[in-house]
Design a protein around this ligand. Sequence first.
Ligand code: CP3
Length: 346
Amino acid sequence: MVNAVPSSHESPFLAACRGEEPSRTPVWFMRQAGRSLPEYKTARGDTSMLEACRTPELVCEITMQPVRRHGVDAAVFFSDIVVPLAAIGVGIEIVPGVGPVVAEPFATEADVKRLRNLDPCDVPYITEAVGLLGKELGSTPLIGFAGAPFTLASYLVEGGPSRDHAKTKALMKSRPDVWHALASRLAAICGEFLRVQVDAGANAVQLFDSWAGALSEADYREFALPHSTAALAGVAESVPRIHFGVGTGHLLEAMAETGAEISGVDFRTPLDEAAKRLPGKVLQGNLDPALILADDAALIAETDKVVAAGRAAKGHIFNLGHGVLPYSDPAKLKLVVDRVHETTTR
Ligand code: CP3
């Protein structure tokens, strides 16, 4: 367990999550740990991604790296959305430059039975790594995470990353019974994976439904929303919950119905527009990750625009509109953190 949960006073991130006035606009970046940092490449060496996720000392070190280097207001636990699936015996690998690849893709009722419930004993390394981080982080909060049932199901059904999610959508429509059985098992696994992190001391969670933007609103409501709601219910009332997807401008209201306290907004929807559509919600986002490659003047101007648009919301957590690109210059990320802090400290 972490020694002490940081208070809102100590943590601008937790204050913003709770809809209170933070001492400054908090900043963190999705994928802040990882390939943009030379010290990450050194720490990983030739350890495979999944092996790294199962090594608590390495997870602790990699999670800490962006906190030390950038002075971000929250750490995001170094792991991956497919870690709980690998932990229950699904044959899955993370192939560098590709993403998760499943040895035997899922298609039938019999395949659904290959998913058993996650038990905390399946992931002792998660509990241990979160515990180590509690000691290292001091007053900086830790964000735990999981992949949402739709995004995980897409990897299982497609067998790997997919642009059109065609097999997944075909399964939903042809065999809604199989789809719902698959997604509800995944929801139980996600909920448990979040609970393990919170029980070990994570101060907030984020549910990544990265590929939900591929669905129409009607299909999202029928095939994804109930399962994401169930996954998030696992940690309701214990910690603030952030919910994020890419290309989900048309789904903002529907995604907010999962009950998450904070809505992640990708870079395509301005935060002031999102604030009008989601009155009373705390928003997270949404600088376009590509702009980290722009020159300093343009980057600062775009950062200021996001900060200004965020003022329309009840609360704002500054982030990118998707993950840090691997070839980003870490110095530019630090420039953004410093700019947000300088212009918002009260
Ligand atoms: O945000 C963080 O800093 C925490 C760590 C984190 C990772 N994956 C580490 C990782 C988080 C939050 C994730 C979530 C994740 N994983 C998502 C949702 C977020 C998103 O980007 O939409 C998705 C879709 C995955 C699946 C996945 N895992 C992909 C697409 C990849 C990239 C494959 C590649 O090589 O381009 C991975 C591997 C992965 N997960 C890496 C990292 C740092 C790269 C591994 C490496 O260093 O070789």
